[in-house]
Design a protein around this ligand. Sequence first.
Ligand SMILES: Cc1cc2nc3c(=O)[nH]c(=O)nc-3n(C[C@H](O)[C@H](O)[C@H](O)COP(=O)(O)O)c2cc1C
Length: 390
Amino acid sequence: MLRFETAGESHGECLVATLTGLPSGVPIDISRIDRELWRRQQGFGRGGRMKIETDRVHFVSGIRHSQTIGSPIAILLANKDWKNWTDVLPVEDYEGSEEKKKPLNRPRPGHADLAGAIKYNQPDARYVLERASARETTARVAVGAVCKEFLRNFGVTVLSHVVAVGHERLERQPAWAEIEALCQKDEVLLGCVDGDTEQRFKAVVDKAFRTGDTVGGVFEVVAHGLPIGLGSHIAWDTRLDGRLAQAIVSMQAVKGVEIGFAADGASSFGSKVQDTIGYNKDERVFTRGANRAGGLEGGMTNGQDLIVRGLLKPISTLRRPLESVDLPTRESASAAYERSDVCVVPAAGVIGEAMVSIVLTQAMLEKFGGDSLGETLRNFEGYQKQVREY
Ligand SMILES: Cc1cc2nc3c(=O)[nH]c(=O)nc-3n(C[C@H](O)[C@H](O)[C@H](O)COP(=O)(O)O)c2cc1C
């Protein structure tokens, strides 16, 4: 029903995204979308590219007078760096282009370079890395920000924070208000709600900078204000947990996903893991003893905050490169180095928010339908009344 696609190369003219299936009448605030793009560019540990780019959304269809009109939304996101790459990546070949090429001949372990060059039968990995690059996530964040504009009409907010960088961890679960305050800040260090822990995170990234290394971590996406019953237990592909996992692991460098406190749960007894059920007779609502399930049971939202974590491996381009092979000669050689990030966990959190927002918007539209926001809201309110009266 709701689908999106992205196109574009890291150093190409622009990134492109289309989003089809959003109802008409959704108010769109472009400044909020640009702020999401700005958030994706932040964090201590980013490379030089983020100093070149100032990402701004440019809608070319699907939005008129600051509202969706129900038709496919098309988005362009310019790459400022393109002006330095026009000779290297021309659309049309030209005489002498061979000398201007910037082949990537020494594939980086952990990157898409080697498998991609072999699969696409390219002599080097330039075109592979151009698309594998996480610059693509700018387009995902723009699409996710449009989905956030839809979700806010239903009281749903999706935010993120960083829970680990390298071996350092945040040892407590923050309150929603803390995450909200963090995401409103106009300066981003490492996206942690706790100042002392953030300084420990920074020390890890400092060390990676000093030693020509890189470092990964864990981000947590939290969705607040969800209705009960998005997704369904009835089939493998309707379960929301599985769909969220796919969305998060599809992100570049994300190698694991955790829903709720899955890792702790796997090493505990059931009596310590399940969230007990109570009932408040005055307010006529079910209550839960905790939220270790991360807001999902049976592949359905249960009305608690949705908690999804992404486990990010360290960036694979190293200033002190690892062992690789020179593709033309097949001799051993140090892997290529191209201007690169050292730590991207806060940015990955923002991308994770976008992916979760897209999956939640899909699930909302599957459940409530509607070609206009008014129709979707009517269906939503009718269902919420049914839930209240249950
Ligand atoms: C926000 C973000 C920024 C990234 N920046 C870089 C980078 O500067 N250099 C790099 O080698 N990889 C970077 N990556 C990771 C690569 O894109 C990724 O490792 C590569 O495409 C291979 O995919 P895989 O790690 O998922 O297997 C970044 C990932 C994210 C999420």
